[in-house]
Design a protein around this ligand. Structure first.
Ligand code: SF4
Length: 187
């Protein structure tokens, strides 16, 4: 566990703990406000993210940004990271050994950010953070409290590109997050 961002990022840049290191162009470390009250956790980098080294810059990320704008919240307020820092080939779901190898980096990021709310984007984030017993269809939109952090599971933005109904539900879930952010800042 690193107590500073520089050493953590450096160790990930040199990481060869799983086979995803072989095809990466860039690690996608994470970005945003390092003192954020709200963190977003996705699955892993896609092609655009791998080439730029920034999370959620492709079509799915652009759609998520539009939702933020529509709700009057700013992406820069949040810290955004993924379960795995290197791109899985053909955008497949990270295999369990890959997620297991990478999770300590994310845990370290959570310790450094100290968020009050974590939004889990999709099934991979949900299962790796809260446990295999959770399913995204039944869990989305419902707050889960664990070890002093409030979790909001919702759809991964990539799923919204394929299903209009999920876009509405994602929007509702983000509205809940905004409401909770407001109530936290009033305390
Ligand atoms: S995905 Fe994570 S564990 Fe695997 S090589 Fe990349 S940084 Fe290391």
């Amino acid at each position: 566990m690193y107590d500073n961002w520089e050493e953590l990022e450096e160790s990930i840049k040199n990481c060869k703990k799983c086979k995803l290191c072989t095809n990466r162009n860039n690690i996608v470390f994470g970005e945003g406000n390092k003192q954020a009250k709200v963190m977003f956790i996705g699955e892993g980098p896609g092609a655009d993210e791998d080439s730029q080294g920034i999370p959620f810059v492709g079509k799915a990320g652009q759609l998520m940004n539009k939702c933020f704008e529509g709700l009057g919240i700013k992406r820069q307020e949040f810290y955004i990271a993924n379960i795995v820092k290197c791109r899985p080939p053909s955008n497949r779901v990270p295999e369990q050994d890959e997620a297991d190898a990478c999770l300590d980096y994310l845990r370290n990021q959570v310790v450094l950010v100290k968020p009050e709310i974590i939004v889990l984007l999709g099934s991979t984030a949900l299962k790796n953070i809260l446990g295999k017993e959770y399913g995204i269809t039944s869990s989305r939109g419902k707050w889960v409290e664990s070890k002093g952090i409030l979790y909001m599971p919702t759809w991964h933005p990539a799923a919204l590109l394929r299903d209009e109904n999920k876009k509405i539900e994602f929007w509702q879930d983000l509205k809940e997050v905004r409401k909770k952010m407001e109530s936290l800042s009033e305390r």
